[in-house]
Ligand binder design. Sequence first.
Ligand SMILES: *Cc1c(COP(=O)(O)O)cnc(C)c1O
Length: 386
Amino acid sequence: MIPYGRQDISQTDIDAVVGVLQSDFLTQGPKVPLFEKVVAYKVGAKHALAVNSATSALHVACMALGLGQGDWLWTTPVTFVASANCGLYCGAKVDFVDIDPHTYNLCPRALEARLVDAEHNGKLPKVLVAVHLCGQPCEMQAIYELSLRFGFKIIEDASHAIGGKYQGEYIGNCRYSDITVFSFHPVKIITTAEGGMAVTNNDLLAEKMNLYRSHGVTRDQSLMTHDSDGPWYYQQIALGYNYRMTELQAALGISQMERLDAFVSRRHQLAQQYDILLENFPVIRPFQHQDSYSGLHLYVIRLNLDKCARSHREVFEGLRAHGIGVNLHYIPVHTQPYYQKMGFKQGDFPEAECYYSEAISLPMYQGLSDKEQLDVVEALRKLTRT
Ligand SMILES: *Cc1c(COP(=O)(O)O)cnc(C)c1O
């Protein structure tokens, strides 16, 4: 089976992890702060906080921004459930803004219309999670300008997007956001097995996320309510979690970061080849916004069903039957049973639902060979031919 995504592990990566196993620290040692430094430097952010998943990073980001009961978090329906669940973890309510039919990202025009309404109803969001679907950045400048006008905070969910650029600068510099979050799950661009990171330029947000990722406990005298009792002393000053990343994960992450740019350029090469190979197929190829250099976590095609011999489901099942592990990113979150119980209905976000009825994620990862890519294209040709 050719998967849709897969990690790339070198001997150097393996040696880095083994080195940690033979060292004094399996957790809470020197590798985590070094990994944070490497990522912060690369993306151009002041602070980086490593955690055990992007889901945890989204949670501590929402907590740091003060999201709580009575607040609203808005995001796109076309994302992994974690981008919305982080709001629920904090006791906030969640709503969605429909996607742009070209970029498949949250549409700034739809956002503006919804904000104008929300202002009248007194239901403005406190936090917006902007998801860079497939690695293509959202139109961040437009979203940022709306945040100034309507007073909400912005988290970039860049789980798909490390190594990508917006307006010529690495995603993660937080020029147009408060916090950016990355995922290092094995299907993503670089991996630490499980793992995530939150980056920010704001000292206070960094301090808060640092507390929340480790029990709300501090050893920093300046944060304590009174003088230390002695060298053993720590204080719990907030309610946090154990969301720490291990040294093994951080060592793998540091090693993977060496190849980040190479990974993303291989993904671009594969995307260019797909673009050419699929030119006369009854499919819509991914549109790339002129402001963006995508991380290209995913290569999503949409079937032009009027010109296609088979249904969306038949093409999908046919590809799987040919040993091609295609996938579908994503089932719109508002159609999940858990969200339907909160009152969302089929039909609430038509662009997202239309996308879902046509989209297929083709294999896209650094280790995909040109030969395997041709096999994918050949299988798709057979299945879509009229
Ligand atoms: C993968 C992913 C997450 C969650 O990442 P984990 O590291 O697995 O917790 C969140 N948001 C998006 C958009 C993702 O793709």
